[in-house]
Design a protein around this ligand. Structure first.
Ligand SMILES: Cc1cc2nc3c(=O)[nH]c(=O)nc-3n(C[C@H](O)[C@H](O)[C@H](O)COP(=O)(O)O)c2cc1C
Length: 323
């Protein structure tokens, strides 16, 4: 257990924010596997201010997923503070705000938001002094190592954020330029937590137990974030928790188990998004439930291309029988 501000986090596995993935349905599907903290996908401060109805959908949360953080992105303290006020009016049942300082997408960076804010630690400190003082609930930030290999400045940015009153920091151990490719640079963050005054949550390639526990050992972080590794592999979270709690390694899920998980997730997604949109989203996610199974190539390609209705999902999965 550790605390972010006054919020208790009961575990070491946080569900990473992922635009287009970590919907309300996804977060609530993953939660029972042992997620200690959920984070919404990034939401634009201006989208909230201008009452964009789709944006307001993004800030819905449930009681059962708590503690939950709403992740915002923006390029000014003023707009982020305005957006925080609106969020708390529309949905007061949240536990913290997380500010996105890691997004490498050109359309975000171009506006001076996301990881563009990491370029100037001094300016970052001024901006976060205003944001942290304004928010009645803890504010956290998710950063990267720096802009590129030549500008690794996470230590300066962490100091700035701490000085400003940040309650915890999530670190994706890649640079902005690296995007999502290449190996996370754990070699640069040896014992990092020992230098910090607030909790550290680390992110990058959390696909298995040995990798995640090694990253914790190296950094002394309080928790890890499961991102791509958990998509189609919810049991990873249960397996990580079991291992971290000293209860040993649980077996990998069978194909049958994966089918049950997928059907459960599909129902939750249909309830949130409607059948058609849910199926379009599932075309990207459903095949991942069967990656790693050597005899599931045909099922994976059907899931990626032929999903149109719940009926079609059931038909495709029909050949997977209880083992
Ligand atoms: C499709 C996708 C969307 C993402 N969206 C966000 C986001 O909205 N906010 C954020 O802070 N990070 C976002 N991330 C970054 C992840 O939270 C995570 O830090 C990154 O994927 C590294 O972890 P991994 O290598 O285990 O996937 C996204 C990553 C992916 C792959």
């Amino acid at each position: 257990m550790f605390k972010i501000g006054n919020v208790k986090i009961n575990g070491k596995v946080v569900l990473a924010p992922m635009a287009g993935v970590t919907s309300l349905a996804y977060r609530n599907f993953m939660k029972p596997f042992g997620v200690a903290l959920t984070v919404t996908e990034m939401v634009s401060d201006c989208g909230i201010i201008y009452d964009n109805s789709r944006t307001i959908e993004y800030i819905k949360t449930t009681e059962s997923e708590r503690p939950v953080a709403i992740q915002l992105f923006g390029n000014s303290a003023e707009n982020i503070c305005k957006a925080m006020d609106i969020v708390l009016k529309v949905n007061p049942n949240i536990d913290m705000f997380d500010i996105n300082l890691g997004c490498p997408a050109p359309k975000v960076v171009k506006t001076g938001a996301g990881s563009a804010l990491l370029k100037d630690p001094k300016k970052l400190e001024e901006m976060f002094k205003i944001i942290c003082a304004h928010s009645p609930i803890p504010v956290t930030a998710k950063i990267r190592l720096g802009w590129n290999e030549e500008n690794i400045n996470f230590r300066e940015n962490i100091k700035s954020l701490e000085n400003a009153g940040i309650a915890a920091i999530g670190l994706h151990a890649r640079t902005t330029r690296a995007g999502y490719a290449g190996k996370p640079r754990w070699d640069l963050v040896n014992n990092l937590r020992d230098e910090m005054s607030v909790p550290l949550i680390i992110s990058g390639d959390m696909y298995d137990i040995s990798y995640a526990s090694r990253a914790l050992e190296i950094t002394h972080a309080d928790a890890i974030m499961v991102a791509r590794g958990g998509v189609g592999n919810p049991k990873l979270i249960e397996r990580l928790n079991s291992y971290f709690e000293g209860k040993g390694e649980l077996p990998y899920p069978t194909k049958w188990e994966q089918k049950q998980y997928l059907l459960k997730f599909a129902d939750m997604l249909i309830e949130e998004k409607g059948e058609y949109t849910a199926m379009m989203i599932l075309r990207g996610i459903a095949p991942k439930f069967f990656s790693g199974f050597p005899d599931a190539k045909k099922i994976r390609s059907k899931l990626a291309s032929a999903l149109t209705t719940k009926e079609s999902l059931l038909r495709i999965l029909d050949e997977i029988k209880e083992e």
